[in-house]
Design a protein around this ligand. Sequence first.
Ligand SMILES: [Zn+2]
Length: 421
Amino acid sequence: MIRITTIFTCLLLVTSSLFAQKLNKEEKKLVSIVDQNMTEAIDFLEKIVNINSGTNNLEGVKEVGNVFKLELDALGFETKWIDMPPEMKRAGHLFAEREGNKGKRILLMGHLDTVFEPTGNSQGFIIMDTIAYGPGASDMKGGDMILLFALKALHQANLLKNTQLIVSYHGDEEMAGTPISISRKDIELAAKRSDIALSFEGATGFGFATVARRGASHWTLTVTGNQAHSSAIFRPEVGAGAIYESARILHRFYDELQEVNLTYSPGIIAGGTIVEEKDNEFILSGKSNIVPNKTVISEEQKENTRAKMREIVSENLPGTTAEIVFEDSYPAMQLTEGNMNLLNTLSQISIDLGQGEVKAWDPGKRGAGDISFIAKYVDGLDGLGAMGNGAHSPEEYVYLNTLDEQIKRTALLIYRLTRER
Ligand SMILES: [Zn+2]
């Protein structure tokens, strides 16, 4: 009996010393500081989740921003609130920077706004066992907190000295202010002065990070035919009508354009004799006994399909014309070697922490995000935020028992990258 116990103890000692060897003295210090700060971290998350910051609640977004501003000031960052022009109806962004020339220059990204406006019937932050419900708990106040507490640990361990870091907390990620050239100007400038961008949007899984994201753009298809009595349809002088022509185009889009990681969904369709569109609402008139003369469709799709779409649109049925207009919103975050190298660095840290490997998340499952705007300037990773579920729904929650591990990973990632040449 005694012998068995001894062997067991020895095995445990061997395992823990193997793990410990992979972290240097400073990294071990970071890990223990993160552990010490966890109660404060959860309290902080509760505090920011309980401040409503729906994108349209400009005061609320600024209030959450101010909580972060005070914290970052205390860590020695130079902070500033960047207002947007009043006609854009957006709260603006918090930027914080510290200057230095040690290792890689990193841009760290979060957003303060949520999809939940004050008019909703939110219950606020409610802890149930190992999860916490709350608007924006995982998208992305959890990630905002992870980033801040990683920086706090680095500061307390005196490891921020001489590092070049920019922290950006956008006030309008959920509904980017337009024009994009103004609302995303500051992040673009910050990216141009950085080597790497790390974004703390909700994690898709404990062992995953995002190395590529799909882009998003809108298209509007307008089809015009000849209005006439329905009995005259298909006659040369009348033709096929706008609804048949729309059906032809959509059917060919469905049949001929499908590719991996590409979606092109018609969001709204309206057809009839008069079609007027304003802010996604249609004023429509029509009769079952007339050949319709107009349809309008709008939705989202991706860049490289446009040529094929134009070609299909141009092969009109008799007596109809069709026009398709594209409008850019989010570019794609391309998969690059640099992004994969970053992922490997993160994965090694995770292994060294005894947390297991981190793999690339399937880009086809990840829609557009803020990192997409700057992906062409820097190597980047996204999905480094909190684990949770139900983002954008009243059931949104965050897992509380993985937050410490994620803060540790983040602190070590920033630490190792700022020591890298
Ligand atoms: Zn988000």
